[in-house]
Design a protein around this ligand. Structure first.
Ligand code: HEM
Length: 380
């Protein structure tokens, strides 16, 4: 081979290595204009399709079925802080590697766990805009890949749902706060507390009453130990919402009457730790998600806020919205958080941000009189 040919080959290989260093699901949020100019052309750009609608049949159904066998993780598979999505990936409702499009996530959350269409869309478009790659239309349900051996060097941040601060937040039920180093793995000590609270307040089952007590306890614990504790805006809503999901979407839909919304501890462990449906699991008998959140909140009503200047100094701050001010959440998320992540988007990035911002607005379900749409990047 001539010297010229060899150098062309080496340059091609070096470029390929650069490209491979940035996975197609890595978020573009926070990149400088120079970095974007380099990275965006390497991305497999897609036009985002309209989100899927509700299930045609939204009733009771066996979902631990033959077409969706649970499989253990393989090297390279990604899992994260959400036990719902982890389970859907480990049963093949989502791609098993943990990287998915919004359409795949919404369909999987509906089909496998009967999450209501609006809730599935809201969580998914918020996640894509905050942590995903809006150009390739891909989102990772975690961040760190699963490996049995040592981790290879990886880019500093690839985003994904494990990334702390914009969606993933503090005082989770079975995951630690990011401040303490691991915000996404199952935490046995926290699960022991989940069992203890279920024994004390729910006769061995997790339900809305247990949810109200445990939610408050997790928040109090973080106020007392995490100097960076933050329960403002979107996190105020997701923290209470997730406490309700546990009693709504993880309980077998065949349970009715006094057994409805009562989660036994073996099933809880199966979802939270093993990312696995309990044997023969049937999804909820109707689409849902947030039922009971008012019961959970009202047990210990707590306004949004954060620790200021150290532990045990929780200062209420409603400026970013709250569980009961979804317009405040939406407006802050779009006009401040997303705008800060993308200060000056152009081309395909701007086009896709705008398309996904329309989907997000629609998912919140406002009317323009309730809460007008905000457009930090203009119109396409
Ligand atoms: C029915 C479907 C779903 C269920 C049952 C579910 C359930 C949950 C639960 C219970 C948690 C709290 C885990 C804990 O505190 O230990 C959680 C966390 C989370 N979920 Fe989901 N989820 C579902 C769908 C989704 C979707 C569609 C998204 C977004 C694409 C999402 C994103 C997240 C994220 C980012 C967290 C971490 C929040 C935190 O810091 O606690 N989830 N999920």
């Amino acid at each position: 081979m001539s010297l010229k040919k060899l150098s062309v080959l080496l340059i091609a290989l070096a470029t390929a290595a650069d490209v491979l260093a940035i996975p197609q699901y890595a978020t573009l949020a926070g990149l400088t204009e120079r970095q974007l100019a380099e990275v965006v052309p390497q991305m497999n750009a897609k036009i985002p399709p309209a989100p899927p609608g509700p299930l045609r049949f939204g009733g009771l159904k066996l979902v631990d079925d033959r077409d969706h066998p649970w499989r253990p993780l393989r090297d390279g598979d990604i899992r994260g802080p959400c036990p719902g999505l982890n389970t859907l990936a480990s049963h093949g409702y989502l791609p098993r590697d943990g990287v998915a499009t919004p359409t795949q996530i919404i369909n999987a959350a509906q089909e496998g766990l009967n999450l209501i269409n609006q809730g599935a869309k809201l969580a998914t478009y918020a996640a894509l805009l905050l942590e995903g790659n809006v150009v390739t239309n891909l989102l990772s349900i975690g961040g760190k890949t699963h490996r049995t051996g040592p981790d290879p060097p990886s880019p500093a941040s690839v985003g994904g749902l494990s990334h702390h601060g914009t969606f993933e937040g503090d005082a989770s039920t079975t995951r630690g706060d990011a401040f303490f180093g691991d915000n996404h793995s199952f935490n046995q000590t926290l699960f022991d507390q989940f069992v203890d609270f279920s024994n004390r307040f729910g006769n061995g089952y997790y339900n809305y009453t247990v949810g109200g007590e445990l939610r408050f306890h997790r928040i109090q614990d973080s106020i007392a130990t995490n100097p960076e504790f933050d329960l403002r805006g979107f996190r105020h809503s997701t923290a209470f919402g997730e406490s309700a999901f546990i009693a709504n979407n993880f309980v077998d839909g065949r349970k009715t009457g006094a057994e409805a919304h009562q989660l036994d501890m073996d099933s809880a462990l199966s979802f939270f730790r093993d990312m696995r449906f309990p044997r023969g699991f049937h999804r909820a008998a109707q689409p849902g998600g947030g039922e009971g959140v008012d019961v959970i909140f009202n047990a210990h009503p707590l306004q949004p806020g954060h620790n200021v200047g150290g532990v045990n100094n929780y200062v209420v701050d409603t400026s970013r919205g709250s569980l009961f001010d979804q317009c405040g959440i939406y407006t802050y998320m779009v006009n401040t958080t997303i705008r800060d992540l993308y200060p000056n988007p152009t081309g395909v990035l701007r086009r896709n941000l705008n398309i996904n911002l329309d989907f997000l607005y629609e998912a919140f379900g406002f009317t323009s009189a309730d809460c007008p749409q905000v457009r930090p990047f203009g119109r396409n």
